[in-house]
Design a binder for this molecule. Structure first.
Ligand code: T4K
Length: 398
């Protein structure tokens, strides 16, 4: 019999916190060896050999011609938005991390939030169609949680209205749709290699594309508008990746298949372990998608479970299982967009809000053992079984 849950007076089930986003470090010594090489050659940033190798490796994983590695995905999105000449309005799902919206607004473009298909969690192309105006210049799709968006439908929409189509693919390196790797969809895609991503370079991001001219503009702009040379040809910024970051990125990417397998094992273990818990299901990849399981997402049906998502999240957190609720409540309910809804979204976005209220990200990756997954499942089942008492206890907690 497991001990009493922490909210009911027991000691926390886990002495150390389990995180969503605990970095994978598949080969520390290899990363250190590459970092030492960079130190020995005194080439620390600006088109060094490690960044160039990382760019080749990312382009190969994405199946595209060009990769420009950068200091993080937010800046990579900003450089891409500017290099592509996006202006006016761009349509994006509200159900995404705030960076997808902020980078557009930062570049003077109005984000217009679209609802999702509740089944997949991704942008609903039919709703996107209804949001197109004469000010729309592009669509920014998102492969939410590593689950590829409906690329065919978005291609068709972009083609029909002459729009630019990009993807915020922060979660999705290593995923594929219809057998094709994420990275080659739309006019360009952007990866994140932040520490919390299953492939990380401490901080990092990249624009990937098959468009030669766009790649050249992005490369130029990410180094003060002068690319690898000294002649300034346009406005630019400093968005370069360092050699240290590339060393970690190369090491992570060398272990891409292994890390996907680690996530897949944990996904299957959670699926089996939670199968008996009423009202709890795991989000599954759609039929066309192969996913990296960047996030393992449980869904709580409050009526069937007898406990709300928020109460369950609070109770798990008390036991040191630091679950997350990405990306509730949706960008349209977040500052500054919530202040000017008429400009950013037709409200409400019912499917974004409904799904947002049900989801719960569970710890995965190399930082969580299969035994710990089993214990999280047992704890979750216990909390659900004691739903009324747990709800009362969480409500009593200040
Ligand atoms: N587009 C999308 C769709 C995105 O999700 C993101 C970022 C972006 C664009 C922009 O990408 P970047 O500019 O970051 O490259 C995190 C990350 O900062 C962010 O990268 C990520 N998405 C977002 C979803 O989450 P936080 O503040 O919620 O994460 P944080 O720092 O609390 O870390 C999560 C957990 O991981 C914590 O429990 C602690 C643990 N952790 C974290 C770090 C950094 C560790 O154990 N070690 C660590 O080094 O934002």
């Amino acid at each position: 019999m497991p001990a009493e849950p922490a909210v009911l007076g027991g000691t926390p089930a886990f002495a150390e916190p389990l995180h969503v986003g605990r970095p994978n470090i598949p080969d520390g010594p290899r990363a250190m060896e590459l970092i030492q090489q960079a130190i020995d050659r005194r080439w620390l940033t600006a088109f060094g050999p490690l960044v160039k190798q990382f760019e080749r490796d990312v382009a190969a994983a994405a199946g595209v011609k060009h990769c420009v590695a950068m200091c993080n995905a937010s800046v990579a999105l900003q450089v891409l938005i500017r290099a592509a000449g996006l202006r006016g309005e761009v349509i994006l799902p509200s159900f995404t991390f705030i960076a997808t919206a902020h980078t557009l607004l930062w570049e003077g473009v109005t984000p217009v939030f679209c609802d999702i298909d509740e089944e997949t969690g991704n942008i609903d192309p039919e709703h996107a169609r209804r949001l197109i105006t004469d000010r729309t210049t592009g669509i920014m799709g998102v492969h939410l949680w590593g689950h590829p968006a409906p690329t065919k439908e978005l291609d068709a929409l972009a083609e029909e209205f002459g729009l630019r189509l990009f993807y915020d693919s922060a979660h999705a390196i290593g995923s594929a749709r219809g057998g094709r790797a994420v990275g080659g969809f739309g006019h360009a895609e952007v990866f994140s290699f932040h520490a919390t991503k299953f492939i990380n370079s401490f901080e990092g991001g990249a624009v990937v594309t098959d468009d030669d001219a766009l790649a050249e503009r992005v490369r130029s702009m990410h180094n003060y508008g002068r690319g690898e040379g000294e002649i300034v040809s346009s406005i630019g910024t400093n968005a370069k990746m360092t050699e240290v970051a590339a060393a970690m990125g190369i090491t992570s990417l060398e272990n891409l298949d292994f890390l996907i397998e680690v996530n897949r094992e944990r996904y299957e273990r959670y699926a089996a372990g939670l199968a008996g818990a009423p009202g709890l299901t795991l989000r599954r990849p759609g039929p066309e998608n192969d996913v990296n399981h960047q996030y393992i997402v449980a869904e709580v049906d409050e009526t069937a479970a007898g406990i709300s998502r928020d109460v369950l999240a609070a109770a798990l957190t008390a036991d040191n299982v630091l679950v997350r609720t990405h990306f509730d409540p949706g960008c349209h309910r977040t500052e500054p967009y919530v202040r000017d809804p008429g400009r950013h979204a037709p409200l409400p976005l019912p499917r974004t809000e409904a799904l947002g209220a049900r989801v719960l990200m569970l710890p995965t990756g190399t930082g969580v053992t299969l035994d710990e997954v089993d214990r999280v499942c047992a704890l979750t089942a216990r909390l659900v079984a004691a739903g009324d008492a747990v709800t009362a206890a969480v409500r009593r907690t200040p």
